[in-house]
Ligand binder design. Structure first.
Ligand SMILES: NC(=O)C1=CN([C@@H]2O[C@H](COP(=O)(O)OP(=O)(O)OC[C@H]3O[C@@H](n4cnc5c(N)ncnc54)[C@H](OP(=O)(O)O)[C@@H]3O)[C@@H](O)[C@H]2O)C=CC1
Ligand SMILES: O=C(O)[C@@H]1CCC=N1
Length: 267
């Protein structure tokens, strides 16, 4: 990568990205994390060998690109304490909702900011990240950000106003998918499968179906139709899912998620 990458906040998402970057060949010596919890610092140092500290200002000094991986609710406090004048640094914010203009407002109007909405499958190099460039960020900043997140999955570039929608689909998406897998596994157990077998079958079905969809480039409805034999089992189940509002429940959940992301951006 040739550039030092620092993380402010060493929580779940930072860990997922760090693990992915290491697996993608980035040396631990190029990564540093500033994190207030001693337990987290020790865990990150022991598990990944990255440099750890409890000083966000020092972290910025020693890094070329700084990933803002704290909760949106503490953005003001964290960024306010960094102060202005860090124009030689790139700030990569993964915070849900918080707009690049607000980050520039807190770091100084010249601050170079790129926003990314990643997701936790980055942990196994299967993340989906959408990237959006702030006002002062350069083409090189965008390229570097893309290189970082390409190492942990797929990336796309979107207009910043669409990042709330991205959060609704892929940022929070793993939680919906895991709920579905859990429910499918429960159903298997209800019908006599062991938990291990039911969860393995449910997870592989989601994984395999996603791979099939991505490799075929077909519309999901076309592939769905291939599963449903006339008068068969699948069409009966699909009728039941429609009757119970499965699709509407999914769309409603994304609506609420997008609204919450917008709300976090207004604080
Ligand atoms: N989790 C996910 O799936 C995704 C999360 N995101 C975004 O990533 C960000 C982080 O989320 P997530 O990793 O889940 O949250 P976590 O709470 O797991 O991580 C945040 C970390 O920041 C630490 N922290 C708190 N205050 C400071 C501070 N002043 N300086 C440095 N570190 C601090 C917290 O420490 P402590 O716990 O001790 O307060 C915690 O370890 C959020 O903004 C979220 O919107 C984006 C996409 C997906
Ligand atoms: O729940 C959250 O707020 C974060 C943002 C996307 C996924 N997790």
């Amino acid at each position: 990568m040739d550039r030092k990458i620092g993380f402010i906040g060493g929580g779940n998402m930072a860990e997922a990205i760090i693990k992915g970057l290491l697996a993608g060949g980035v040396p631990a010596a190029e990564l540093a994390v500033s994190e207030p919890s001693e337990a987290r610092r020790n865990l990150l140092a022991e598990r990944y060998g990255v440099h750890i500290l409890n000083d966000n200002v020092q972290l910025c000094r020693m890094s070329d690109a700084i990933v803002l991986a704290v909760k949106p609710q503490v953005a003001g406090q964290v960024l306010g304490a960094l102060g202005a004048g860090l124009t030689d640094k790139l700030f990569i914010s993964i915070m849900a909702g918080v707009k690049s203009a607000a980050i520039e407002g807190m770091l100084g109007s010249e601050a170079r900011v790129v926003r990314v909405m990643p997701n936790t499958p980055a942990l196994v190099l299967q993340g989906a990240s959408a990237i959006s460039r702030g006002y002062n960020a350069t083409e090189d900043d965008l390229v570097l950000t893309r290189r970082i997140f390409d190492l942990v999955g797929t990336t796309c570039v979107v207009d910043e106003k669409l990042l709330d929608a991205v959060t609704g689909v892929s940022g929070s998406g793993p939680a919906y998918v895991l709920t579905f897998i859990e429910a499918l596994s429960d159903a298997g157990v209800k019908h006599g499968l062991t938990r291990d077998v039911a969860t393995a079958l449910a997870a592989q079905t989601v994984y395999g179906t996603a791979k099939l969809l991505m490799e075929s480039h077909e519309h999901p409805a076309a592939l769905k139709s291939n599963v449903a034999s006339p008068g068969g089992t699948t069409i009966a189940a699909m009728h039941s899912l429609d009757r119970d509002g499965f699709r509407a429940a999914t769309i409603n959940a994304v609506d609420v998620c997008v609204a919450r992301s917008k709300e976090l951006g207004e604080k």
